[in-house]
Design a protein around this ligand. Structure first.
Ligand SMILES: [Zn+2]
Length: 140
């Protein structure tokens, strides 16, 4: 069984310390995630791959209590669905990233909490591979 990423080009993989793959605009300097063909601010197409910071601060969050619409969601449904946290993590000077959180209890999360990028199991595919995705976990 292999561990395969949920999508190519989202994060460095395999990697002991994975990083999200975004873009930085060569014209105005803003950072995007995920990668974009043109800049959402100035429309430049001079977008250059940028590896995002692995740590940031929790900005907003909630708990996903039911399986999201599919597609695009392709994870467990029905009795196999497990509620998960979802939130925005502010990578200072870069971008706010919407992501799954490893913590699903909102009482254990706090604004400004330091969060770190990890890669976590998501589901199994038809070939028996473990499909992995990115998430942020509170820094102990
Ligand atoms: Zn730009």
């Amino acid at each position: 069984m292999a561990r395969v990423p949920i999508a190519e080009g989202l994060f460095t993989w395999p990697a002991a310390e994975p990083q999200l793959l975004g873009d930085r605009c060569g014209a105005c300097g803003i950072v995007t995630f995920p990668k974009q063909a043109s800049c959402p601010r100035c429309a430049s197409t001079d977008m250059r791959e940028h590896r995002l910071a692995r740590r940031g601060r929790l900005w907003a969050w909630t708990t996903q209590h039911f399986a999201p619409p599919s597609p695009p969601y392709a994870g467990p449904v029905g009795d196999a669905f497990v509620p998960f946290g979802v939130g925005y993590v502010d990578l200072a000077g870069e971008v706010k990233v919407e992501a799954r959180l490893t913590e699903s209890d909102p009482e254990r999360l706090a604004e400004g909490m330091e969060m770190e990028l990890v890669v976590v199991p998501f589901r199994s595919d038809a070939q028996g591979n473990e499909v992995v995705t990115f998430a942020f976990r509170p820094v102990a």
